[in-house]
Design a binder for this molecule. Structure first.
Ligand code: 6R9
Length: 696
């Protein structure tokens, strides 16, 4: 059967063989539909389409809803992605094949290869082509910490800065394939550094500024970076943050680091190490503002981004050039109904997270848009910061995490009222499940019931949105708190307790993805085995996300949260094992178990159980030391909210800690502990419950 476009009951054209070349290059019907709002029903009349596609035949099956186009994207998956990749991206050499045809069944041999033999450069796609067409258009609005001091940067300025930056890092001997660590606050230089790496083929790894020197050091070591790019300080919420000092401590254990490039974010003095440090501000203008881009293969790595998993150390997920860029830019435009000509996109995430990579930087710039770089916090100088920023920068799409919404709800509605939010057209939520109260407030108070909300589910691993409604600019229905539907080209499955795929209606289970998609992470840096074991082995034939989900009677999706030992605190991922490892380093701690418990502001909070050795120290003293240790070794956002001393931990007969039970107790669901038959010593639970009760 064939697919086609149907307008007002008339079949217009066929959607097979949809790759047409006109004077503007490739053009096709799928692209047309996506750009013109399939959900809205096509606005153009049939004459337009038939004149645009004179060769298309009439057909038997029509596309006039999301479902139709979704089905098309699955049944003609290669065709779907092929035409989009040719249309949307600029290639040095077009690819021969969409992908290598591998699926997840033979996972031991799975290799992520998309747009095979294509030659491309991400920075050319994100900057050069827009600079040539529209040099004076604003590419970036850097909303600095101090309100009212924003900086507008045109595509022409960004092009020059990126090229100087590229020449500068090349000068310091960075070559294609080398790793570069970027430890910078969300700032213009951070974007310039990322794009410069992309331009010369270096693989960047941005480390979130909240991470401690030890976390930073382990990431530098893992990717053996020769260069670290940082700033003397950061400025956030009116306070200075010592970026350079953290780097100095980190590289004490990284002798292979040749240079630290320092950008002066503030005028405050800082320690300069003459052997290694280079002050970017002093030399950047000595480099030419043209730099030949490196010709990259579609499947060369673009970046590494570390994220927490359920075991061991954080893993560095590797993303590709072409597949990543395609899906990031496609979703940025479609999900938010982003008008690439005019709209100002306000994604408020830090560039140190995948959301910052895909939607602050790569997706939006690839579309030639205007992106906001937000350096501050939701409450600086007061809880109206977001709304005054919306008004001041005339933001059209606002994309943020539920934890910020919950925080702002607490501060009351007064802060919103003073500000003009009429520029807003669409809202987006990301990072954690959004509770219905937060959703309603976002919808009613922020979007004034005019803007719809895209609750976007995805992960560092998926690179770009995989589940989301397409609400903006359409009549698509919405359900508060639900991520709703798979994005085009994405096939989902829910697995039941026995590891079988269940029906897709009214069922809860483990969320998996059935077939590879372009922006999927290629591997874990330096440890492909771990990649396969974590994601492809748990359910043979599927990619396992680590999340649970519920499909309602209409088949719409609600994400219920992590089902593995990963916590989500204020939208930050933290592995329970990472914290346990740190707690166990304390000389007085015999054993520990960490669980996430529901928290009204941060979504989840860290709850630590510890078993102490014989000690002279007071519990309070130990708690303080433990909190400091976690802060020092990981980051402030990983500090346990509660620490409970217990005489023992509940274990199975094979010695596994029973976290399920510990989670229930910590969440005060003591009546509902479930099956305790596998526990080795039953009195342990009683003792823990007693300790818990005496604490609260
Ligand atoms: C993009 C990002 C991924 C984890 C993911 C899930 C949670 C993200 C969500 C969501 C419910 C949403 N998550 N978006 N949960 N609804 N709309 O956050 O990436 O930092 O890798 O975290 O975040 O648990 O597995 P990352």
């Amino acid at each position: 059967e064939k697919y086609g476009v149907n307008i007002n009951g008339t079949d217009i054209c066929e959607l097979r063989a949809i790759d047409y070349a006109d004077e503007n290059g490739h053009y096709n019907v799928v692209e047309y539909l996506l750009q013109n709002g399939i959900m809205d029903n096509l606005k153009e009349d049939s004459k337009f389409l038939t004149s645009k596609f004179p060769e298309v035949k009439l057909f038997s099956k029509s596309i006039n809803s999301y479902e139709d186009l979704y089905n098309f994207s699955i049944e003609n998956n290669e065709e779907f992605w092929r035409t989009l990749a040719l249309n949307r991206l600029e290639w040095f050499k077009e690819f021969d094949k969409v992908n290598n045809g591998l699926d997840f069944n033979d996972y031991e041999n799975y290799e992520h290869k998309w747009f095979i033999n294509g030659k491309i450069n991400v920075s050319v796609n994100c900057v050069d082509r827009h600079y040539k067409k529209n040099p004076n258009k604003t590419a970036v609005i850097w909303d600095k910490d101090e309100p009212g001091t924003e900086q507008y940067v045109t595509y022409s300025e960004l092009y020059k800065l990126m090229n100087k930056f590229s020449n500068m890092i090349r000068h310091f001997n960075v070559k294609k394939g080398d790793s570069v660590i970027i430890y910078l606050p969300t700032s213009l230089y951070a974007i310039a550094a990322m794009l410069a790496c992309a331009r010369i083929g270096a693989v960047h790894s941005v480390v979130f500024g909240g991470f401690s020197s030890e976390s930073l050091a382990s990431r530098i070591q893992n990717c053996q970076a020769k260069i670290v790019i940082t700033s003397n300080q950061g400025v956030r919420g009116g306070r200075f943050i010592e970026f350079k000092q953290t780097v100095d401590t980190a590289i004490e254990t990284c002798p292979f680091v040749e240079h630290v490039l320092v950008y002066k974010r503030t005028d405050n003095p800082f320690q300069v190490n003459k052997d290694k440090d280079i002050i970017i501000d002093d030399i950047i203008d000595t480099f030419p503002d043209e730099c030949e881009p490196e010709i990259m293969d579609s499947n060369d790595p673009l970046f590494i981004l570390f994220t927490s998993g359920s075991t061991g150390k954080p893993k560095g997920l590797v993303h590709s050039n072409a597949g990543y860029l395609l899906q990031a830019s496609l979703t940025q435009q479609l999900v938010f109904n982003y008008d690439c000509e005019k709209d100002v996109f306000g994604c408020l995430a830090d560039i140190g997270w995948i959301t910052g990579h895909s939607y602050v930087v790569y997706g939006t710039l690839c579309n030639g848009g205007t992106t906001v770089l937000f350096e501050s916090t939701p409450t600086y100088p007061d809880p109206s910061r977001y709304w005054q920023t919306v008004e001041r920068l005339k933001i059209n799409q606002l994309y943020l995490a539920p934890t910020a919404i919950r925080l702002l709800i607490k501060h009351g509605d007064e802060w919103l009222k003073k500000h003009d939010k009429s520029s807003l057209k669409c809202l987006g939520s990301v990072g954690e499940p959004i509770n219905v109260e937060a959703w309603n407030w976002f919808y009613e108070k922020v979007g004034e019931k005019r803007c719809k909300i895209a609750d976007t589910w995805w992960q560092t691993e998926t690179g770009a949105h995989c589940i989301t409604p397409l609400p903006c600019g359409s009549n698509d229905i919405l359900k508060p708190g639900m991520a709703m539907r798979p994005f085009f080209g994405i096939q989902l499955a829910l697995m039941d307790q026995n590891g079988n795929e269940s029906d897709t209606k009214h069922i809860e289970g483990m969320l998996c993805i059935k077939k590879p998609w372009p922006s999927m992470a290629m591997t874990v840096f330096g440890d492909d085995q771990r990649f396969k074991e974590t994601y492809l082995k748990p359910y043979r034939g599927y990619f396992f996300t680590g999340d649970g989900a519920f499909f309602d009677n209409d088949g719409h999706i609600k994400i219920t949260g992590r089902v593995d030992d990963v916590m989500n605190v204020s939208g930050h991922r933290i592995g329970t094992a990472e914290i346990e490892n740190i707690l166990s380093e304390h000389p007085d701690v015999a054993e520990s178990a960490v669980v996430g418990v529901p928290h009204e502001l941060t979504g989840e909070a860290v709850f630590a159980y510890i078993v102490l050795k014989e000690t002279q120290k007071s519990e309070q003293e130990i708690f303080k030391q433990l909190k400091n240790l976690v802060k020092k070794k990981i980051a402030s956002h990983a500090i346990p909210n509660t620490i409970l001393v217990t005489p023992n931990l509940p274990k199975t007969r094979s010695g596994k800690i029973m976290r399920r039970i510990l989670r229930k107790i910590a969440s005060n669901q003591i009546e509902d502990l479930g099956d305790l038959s596998t526990i080795s010593e039953s009195n342990v639970i009683e003792e823990i419950i007693q300790s818990f009760r005496s604490m609260s």
